[in-house]
Design a binder for this molecule. Sequence first.
Ligand code: SF4
Length: 263
Amino acid sequence: MPKLTQADLIDLNQTFEARSPQELLAWSKEVFGDKLAAISAMQQAGCVVCHMISTAKLNIPVLFVDTGVMFQETLDTRDRIIKEYGVDIITLQPKLTMAEQTAKHGILYLTVEGQKECCHMRKVEPMNEVAGQYHAFIGSLRRGEGGKRSLCPVLQVDTENSTIRINPLAMMTDEQMDAYVAEHNVILNPLHQQGYPTVGCNRCTTPVMPNEPKRAGRWRHLGPWAVYCGINPADREAGAKQVIDLPQDVIDRLLGRETDFAI
Ligand code: SF4
C-alpha cells in the first residue's frame, strides 16, 4: 500500500492556512467522497461542524462514540442535531458495557494507567472498528484550545487507524466561534452553560472554576498528567515522519495530482 507522511502535507497545510472552515469541508467532501466522516462528541466545536455540514448540504455522516457513561444532556444534544439539522449521526459503542468492563477489569478510570486503558477500550477501539471504511475523518480541534492542540495542522496523518484527520476549525478563534454560534443559534450541549467548558464521560468530567483552564474539569481526579483520551492524533503524536497507508488514487487526489478541483 502506498505511503503518505506528514511531511507530504506541508505545502497543502500552508495553502489551507488562509481557508475558511466551510471551504475546507467542501474540499474534504470533494476529495474523499463517501470515504469521509466527521467525529463529534457533541461539544461546542463538534456542534458547529454539524451545523456547517447541514447548512452546506454536504451529506457527511458524523460518528459519535457513546461510551455508555455519557451525560444525558450530551445524548439529548445528539438527538436534537439529528432531528433539527437532519445530520446522519452514527453512534458507535464499545464492546463491553461499563458494568461488564468493571466486573472484568475493575474501576479503571480511577488510576492514570487505568484511564488510558479505559479510554482505549471505550473511545479508541470503537473508532478503530469502523476506521477501515474511511480514508479521512473531520475533527473539531482548534489551536485556541491551547496545549498540544495549539499547533494542530489542518491536515494530519492519523497513524492509529491509517486515515487523514482534517481540522477545519483549526484557525477559528474563541471570538469567531462564539460569533458563529450566536449568528446561527447553533444547538449546543446545555452543560456548557452549567460550568462545563468541555464535556466528556460523566465519570471523568466536572465543572471548572472561573479562573481554571478550560480542560481542568477533565480527569480532575487524576491530576494534570491525564488530560486527553487519545482519540485525536494531535493529542498523542507529532512529527513529519508520521506515516500512514492510503490507496494511490486517494493520495493523488489529496495532493492535487489528479483533480482540477481547487479552493
Ligand atoms: S473518559 Fe473516563 S470513563 Fe470515559 S472512557 Fe475515558 S477513562 Fe473511561
